[in-house]
Design a protein around this ligand. Structure first.
Ligand code: SF4
Length: 578
């Protein structure tokens, strides 16, 4: 096979031929090319017709189609494209609406504070995106007189944080520039359309895909075409179970053709007809840099999901951080919590969190407590006893490249605390203020891990175990076994360790997973742990199930008794005398 560079040249020539069409004769079909202008036309037509019929109604699409002011239109598309990077459409919609209501123009955004931007962005992840968007808006206002650059080249050159993809999307959608775009969805669709099985994250393949996107983009409706290609990847040509039967471009799809050939071959074999093995392993050009490597040929069981292929990702780095929910009584004895601001660069830059300290891996618990106590002492300016820290549990949060474990403690402070202005910004907040602050999703999880803080909302297994441990008076005595994992894994692990001692201690754990014979255990506290369980109230005096709801509605005694293995408590009545 010819080297990739020369194929790129070939591609460019085809592009030129297409621009000069119809004079140039169609080049011979090649597996990785769209070399037939008639096919390109048909693909554009089919894709756009499907998009017109099936596109999702999204707020940024409405703005892009209806906003007459070119700068506002470009800004509206820009915000959506930045928010959509690495984030699902369903998540973005609400953030987008609130953002555009608050800052409908570049000028409004340029006047906002970074704190306001972070507060609105909180929970959307990849926080530097909001910060960079605001910096770039300020630049457009101060250096470009508020006028958005109109071409992909200028957008990329002049706006910080705007890369090739975002520039192409803004220019094509807002300003009608006939330029292609390549994002994750487009990579998947194009790799399948043209059986590109080489590492799709390699620069050579990415360049090839950009060339292909530029050839394909519809000259009269470039913005719609680009959105259609991305929409196809998001709703039909999805990563795991693509809906090829409903695909508007399946007749142009080489991967689909390959599957059809496999099926035809299998059925011929079934009926005993001798048939040659399909010659579709590569494009027929020998050692092709775009075909799957010879060591990983087409796998029939994967079908079209043979494409795209990526080099194995590096596993995320494991990090451990001790964090403390520091609480005091504020005005009118209302609880307040201490939060500090993270540095202005790096992970979660500028966001607020409970005071936290990174830990070395495999540190003894005693050492972890001491490190956290020292850290808290620096914040509060008074001695903090490591033993006084109450262990809450562990919260795991996966960042794109970090597997972060927060070891959560809590501590109640009496009296006033003087905050040191020489340290990073810090403040005391009420629960409502905490929720409205620029805190990360990870910190919201930490908040949810503390049963004192979050008596409503979905309960975590750790929280229930912690409740149990408080009630049993084992907290702080080192009797809580280490539980690993989340969800069902954690539950299994917890049950396998705890059930024997609960039987012995007279505690009943009522759950479909609990074997029926445990129903004979002495009653104590009964809990039902079910998916979506929502503990509304946990009794402050000695614990006890007072009221709970499941995803299916309020959980009453009659329903509890239908849970296999459930044994109604004898000495402790449920609310309402049930
Ligand atoms: Fe994707 Fe299947 Fe359509 Fe090909 S036919 S583009 S694999 S959905």
């Amino acid at each position: 096979c010819c080297p990739l560079e020369s194929r790129s040249l070939q591609f460019s020539r085809l592009l030129q031929q297409e621009e000069r069409a119809p004079a140039a004769p169609a080049p011979p079909p090649a597996r990785h090319l769209f070399s037939d202008p008639a096919e390109v036309e048909a693909l554009r037509r089919n894709l756009l017709a499907w998009y017109d019929r099936c596109k999702r109604d999204l707020p940024w699409r409405t703005l892009a189609a209806t906003e007459p002011d070119a700068d506002r239109r470009g800004y509206a598309v820009w915000v959506s494209e930045i928010m959509l990077q690495q984030t699902q459409v369903a998540t973005v919609i609400d953030y987008y609406i609130r953002w555009m209501q608050k800052w409908p123009t570049l000028q409004a955004l340029a006047q906002a504070s970074l704190e306001e931007v972070n507060e609105l962005w909180a929970g959307l992840g990849y926080y530097s995106r909001g910060k960079r968007l605001q910096e770039a808006a300020r630049k457009v206002v101060s250096e470009l007189a508020g006028r958005m650059p109109r071409t992909a080249e200028d957008l990329q050159k002049l706006l910080p944080g705007v890369g090739r993809y975002t520039a192409g999307a803004i220019a094509s959608i807002s300003y009608g520039q006939a330029t292609g775009v390549v994002d994750g969805n487009v990579i998947r669709v194009l790799c399948r359309l043209r059986c590109v099985g080489a590492d799709s994250s390699s620069p050579a393949v990415i360049d090839w895909l950009w060339d292909m996107a530029n050839v394909l983009v519809d000259r009269s409706r470039p913005g719609d075409f680009n959105q259609a290609l991305m929409e196809l990847g998001a709703t039909v040509c999805v990563p795991k179970s693509p809906l090829c039967g409903e695909c508007p471009v399946k007749q142009h799809c080489q991967a689909w053709r390959r599957v059809e050939k496999d099926l035809a071959f299998a059925s011929q074999k079934l009926f005993g007809k001798a048939a040659p093995v399909p010659d579709v392993e590569d494009c027929g050009l020998g050692d092709c840099p775009l075909c799957p490597p010879a060591t990983e040929p087409w796998d029939s069981s994967l079908g079209v999901t043979n494409f795209p292929r990526k080099a194995a990702k590096k596993p995320p780095r494991a990090m451990r951080t001790a964090t403390c929910v520091l609480e005091r009584r504020g005005c009118h004895q209302a609880p307040e919590y201490f939060i500090v601001q993270r540095p202005s660069s790096g992970l979660l830059a500028g966001l607020w969190e409970f005071p936290s300290v990174p830990l070395a891996q495999d540190l003894q618990e005693e050492k972890e407590r001491e490190e956290l106590a020292d850290h808290l002492q620096a914040w509060t300016g008074r001695p903090v006893a490591a033993k006084g820290l109450q262990f809450i549990g562990e919260v795991i949060h996966i960042f794109s490249h970090i597997h972060q474990t927060y070891v959560v403690y809590s501590l109640h402070l009496d009296g006033d605390v003087t905050l040191d202005p020489a340290l990073s910004p810090s403040r005391w907040v009420t629960e409502d203020e905490f929720r409205a602050s620029a805190v990360s999703t990870a910190m919201k999880k930490v908040w949810g891990a503390d049963p004192h803080l979050s008596v409503s909302g979905s309960v975590s297994v750790q929280k229930v175990l912690y409740m149990w441990s408080i009630n049993q008076g084992t907290q702080g005595k080192g009797e809580i076994p280490p539980f690993l994992g989340h969800g069902p894994t954690l539950l299994d692990s917890a049950l396998s360790i705890l059930l024997p001692c609960w039987v012995g201690s007279g505690l009943i754990w009522s759950h479909p997973l609990v074997p029926a014979h445990l129903g004979h255990a002495r009653d104590g506290i009964s809990m039902v742990l079910a998916p979506g369980l929502d503990w509304r109230r946990w009794g402050a005096e000695g614990g006890g199930l007072q009221h709970c709801t499941t995803a299916a509605g309020p959980c009453r005694a009659a329903q509890l008794s239908t849970v296999p293995g459930y044994c109604p408590p004898r000495s402790r009545a449920l609310p309402g005398g049930q």
